[in-house]
Design a protein around this ligand. Structure first.
Ligand code: THU
Length: 139
């Protein structure tokens, strides 16, 4: 975790709390809600959606990101997560890579069941983001 949590984004966390009950997690019982704030102030939320065929399931962060990108948002300032975990959970590796596509200065906030909150910067969570650098180099 990095920095203090005095400046916690209460409204963004509240939006994640609001949708947390909609998480579809009958297999893991680990419910995750994400609220992603765009630079223009719009907020896009998502929950994890599990599946009987487990790899088909999708994380809350990528549901929120997909909705945001579908609405034209391309840059983001803060992400709030609310999970069923007993400690603040960070985005999984796949979600880190997905979010980093749009910038690595994203503030990540996460709230656990006991109300404890963690804060990270995406660049610390994923210091070496994969980027294609082969554009146009092959026919
Ligand atoms: N999950 C998320 O929604 N976001 C993450 O960053 C990590 C994990 C979900 C996937 C699965 O539905 C459940 O949490 C347990 O792994």
């Amino acid at each position: 975790m990095t920095g203090g949590t005095d400046d916690r984004p209460e409204a963004l966390l509240e939006e994640a709390r609001r949708v947390h009950g909609s998480a579809y997690a009958p297999y893991s019982n680990f419910r995750v809600a994400a609220a992603l704030e765009a630079e223009d102030g719009r907020v896009f939320s998502g929950v994890n959606v599990e599946n009987a065929s487990s790899p088909v399931g999708v994380c809350a962060e990528r549901v929120a990101l997909g909705t945001a990108v579908s609405s034209g948002a391309r840059s983001f300032s803060r992400l709030a997560l609310v999970t069923s975990g007993d400690r603040p959970a960070t985005p999984c590796g796949m979600c880190r890579q997905a979010l980093a596509e749009f910038g690595t200065e994203l503030e990540v906030w996460s709230e656990a069941t006991d109300g404890s909150v963690g804060r990270w910067i995406l660049s610390d969570l994923l210091p070496e983001v994969f980027r294609r650098n082969d554009e146009g180099s092959r026919a």
